[in-house]
Each structure stands twice: as C-alpha cells, then as structure tokens.
Design a protein around this ligand. Sequence first.
Ligand SMILES: NC(=O)C1=CN([C@@H]2O[C@H](COP(=O)(O)OP(=O)(O)OC[C@H]3O[C@@H](n4cnc5c(N)ncnc54)[C@H](O)[C@@H]3O)[C@@H](O)[C@H]2O)C=CC1
Ligand SMILES: O=C(O)/C=C/C=C(\O)C(=O)O
Length: 485
Amino acid sequence: METRIKTIHSQHFINGQFTDSDNLKTFQNINPATEGLIGTVAQAGEEEVNYAVAAARRALDGTWKDYTLQERSKILRRIGDLILERLDELAYLESIDTGKPLPLAKKIDIPRAAYNFHFYADYMISMGNEAYQQDKEAFHYSYRHPVGVVGLIKPWNLPLLLLTWKLAPALATGNTTVIKPSEWTPLTATALMEICKEAGLPNGVVNLVHGYGTGSTGEAISKHPDVDAISFIGEVKTGKAIMKSGAESLKKLSFELGGKNPNIIFSDADIEEVIETTIKSSFINQGEVCLCGSRIYVERPIYEEFIRKFAERTKELTVGNPLHEETDIGALISKEHYESVINYLAIAKNDGGEIVTGGGRPEGLDSGYYIEPTIITGLERTSRCVREEIFGPIVTITPFDMEEEVIMQANDTHYGLSATIWTNDIKRAHRVAQSIRAGIIWVNTWFLRDLRTPFGGTNQSGIGRAGGMHSLDFYTELSNITIKL
Ligand SMILES: NC(=O)C1=CN([C@@H]2O[C@H](COP(=O)(O)OP(=O)(O)OC[C@H]3O[C@@H](n4cnc5c(N)ncnc54)[C@H](O)[C@@H]3O)[C@@H](O)[C@H]2O)C=CC1
Ligand SMILES: O=C(O)/C=C/C=C(\O)C(=O)O
C-alpha cells in the first residue's frame, strides 16, 4: 500500500484550474507515521489569495447566483457520490497525511465527508423562511441572500470531514469559497477540488490555497477586505488572531475551537458500556478530536473497578502503522505536536500524577510520532494536564463523591465544547446535563451525531453553532420584506 504513491505535489485550485504560486514557492509534506516525505505543497502568498478571492467574487456575481436550489442540490449530491466512489483512495491519502488509522478514515472520515454533502443537498431543499401576517395591514417575510465570499480555514485532525462540514452548507446556500486546509494536511482537500470540478461546480465557486497561518496564507484570507465571512475550526489562540485580522472589515465569524471535555461517570451506569465508549472517547484518532473526553470523573464506589477495567482495555489497544488493519492508534500529526504531548507527561509526573498505563513512546516504533495511550491519576485540578487541551492520547481520572462537586469540577474550565454523563437515573441525567456549561452534552453515549442538531462550543470553545438551520443562519443574510396590504 505504501508504495502505491511515490511523491505528491499539492497545488492550489483557483478559478477551476490547478496552479502553483507565481514564485513557485513550496513547502514539504511529511508522513507523520514514517517521517518520510509525502511530497511538496505550493505555498500561497498574498498574490494567490488575491487571485482566489477575486475568482470567488466573480463567480458569486456571475452564473452561480442563477443556479436554482435544485441545481445546487444536485451538484452537492454528485460531490457526495464521487467522494464515496473514491473512498479507498481518499482514506489512504487522509491516513498518510494525518497518521490516523486507515480503517478509521474508511469508516468515519470519508463516509461522513460524503454524508455532509448528501445531508445538505436534501436539508436545504426542505427549509422554509419566516412569514408573518399582520392582520389585514401587512405581510412580512424573510428573504435569504448568500453571505458572499466565505473563507474556510481548517485544521489537520479530521481534514476532509471538517472541511466538508462547512463547505457543503456554504455551497448549498449559494456562497463562493476560498479554502485553506491545514499546512499539515493538504491532500484530501486538493483531491476534493478534482471532485468538485467533475461534479460540475462552475469555475471560481470553490478555490483552494495552501500555506501557513500567521503572517501567511491564513492571515491573508482573514484580513482580506473582499472576504465576507470566515468559518474557522482550530485552536483558541488562532481564533483570537483571526478575530483581530477580520475586525477591520467586520467579518461574520463562525468558530469551532478546542475543548477540555469532562466525562462524568456515576456508579449506577452500565460499566461495560462505559468502558467501551470511554476507550473511544479517550483515544480515538490518537485523542486528536476536539470532542474527546480527556477529563474523566468517576464516582467513588466504582473508582477502583473503573481504573482496573479501563487500564486493562487500554493495554489491549494496538499502536502502530496506520495502514495496518489491526491498528487502533496511529501517529500524532507532527514532531512539534508530539513534543508538546510528551511534555504534558513530564508535567503530570512533576505534579505528582501516577501513570497507570502508557506514559511514553511504544517500544519498537523508532520513527514516526507515536505515543502510548496513557491514563493518569492523582492530579490536582490545578495541574496543567487537567486544565489544558493536550490533544493527544492522554486522559486524567479523578474520583468524586457528590453530584454538586463533580458539576463544579466539570465547569471549572474556560472551554465549553462537550461533556458526557453516564447514569441510569433519568432525573439526575437531566439535572446534571442542564448544569454543565458546554455546547454539546451526551448522556450514556459519545459522538452520536445528527447533523440537524446545533453543534458548537460555549465560553472559549467557539462562537455560533453549525448544523441544520444553524448553518443556514450563518451562511445567509436575511432581509425582511414588508408588504402593505
Ligand atoms: N471545536 C472543533 O470543532 C474543533 C477544534 N479543533 C481544535 O484545533 C486544534 C488543532 O488544530 P490545529 O490545526 O492545530 O489548529 P490551528 O488553530 O493551529 O490551525 C487551524 C488552521 O488555522 C490556520 N491558522 C493558524 N494561524 C492563523 C492565523 N493567524 N490566521 C489565519 N489562519 C491561521 C492554520 O494554518 C490552519 O489551517 C485543537 O485545539 C483542537 O481542539 C480542531 C478540530 C475541530
Ligand atoms: O461531527 C462533527 O461535526 C465534528 C466532529 C469533530 C470535531 O469537530 C473535531 O474533532 O474537531
């Protein structure tokens, strides 16, 4: 499998054409599982961002505005179909680019990317607008316009899944786009441009520029005066930088940022189900999912039993070559990120934490950015390991005695993305769920998604919600029209 592709050169896609930068500048793309070279990536400067924004503006004011909802929906459906036709290839590209297990990319990332298009192809067609009759005097209705040229700035952890989660509703509502994938993961976004072209999207409706963030491509998009809105997924500090860059032209912003999500386990929960799901919510995708429940709180009566069973299951996980069928945990995205995650293990030890299992590099894996799935106990809530988003395969476990106490600990964070609560007491489930300050709360499950529901974070985990009508609201501007009767 690894010999299938030698090196890949990833280009920009501007006005329907693949292209390099005017100055031919490139950067390297490294496979995090082998530390080998995947290929080179064109690096956009302000010129290429200007070309891409200009192409998006022309397309917005050109033929794209005359496409009917049905026509847009048909193209979206076709994009979803083509993603499924290329599932194996896209999953392979995603795996070598990110270090994630190939089976995971095949099962989750790529099918969900296709579903993002299929879902919005159908959803937009079923949506209506507000209308009010004011007795016999007037009739009011709302009319939706696309917001305009939308900049989509995306992260590396679920590259195609998260890009399409925002691109599909942006297109369904008639916008044009300038995409910047993460510099760590250019491959599937580039392949998606081929798919968009084949599906019949007019030139300029989707444009893609590769490059870095601060002082580079990402910043050029977020400060560009002709970009009307930015949909960003990534770190809190980047969100703050984009907010500053976008302030001059007062851009509309949608932010999905980080999380330090609590996983609260009461002693009446079904322990076997808790263990199986908590393995996923802790370690799936190497823990590089913003929804991972990295702070685990367990009610005292089952604390010891939980740790024993959870550690046993964790030790069974296979860390290794992402392309192997049996691999559960692949490599972290980059050397920098690997070092940042390893550093948290040192912090944990320094803060008096006990490493129950894991705690370093797996034996026998000499190259690639691998870290064992790690369970830490005995940390105070002030430890940086309990407070900061590690974004790796590391969880902390803390016992609790009282419901109020665990609610207080769960809310003791400047994040507020998601939470999971395990209990069979229905009243407690509602009570605790309503007391947690987070945008997404799961009871007796984790990462169960329905794309109609509001998705996003409170506090510093984000601004706004995506999903269903919430995406419709972000990607359109409303005019209210009043007719005197
Ligand atoms: N809430 C959510 O749904 C998600 C949150 N995340 C968060 O993202 C982080 C991991 O992803 P990363 O790629 O490391 O995030 P990041 O914030 O470093 O980068 C995300 C994107 O922003 C660009 N960027 C960086 N600085 C920029 C700037 N000054 N102006 C414009 N663009 C800039 C990057 O090039 C990249 O394309 C974690 O904190 C994670 O929690 C990731 C996925 C989803
Ligand atoms: O299901 C979604 O729409 C998003 C899921 C995951 C993330 O947002 C993430 O890991 O970053």
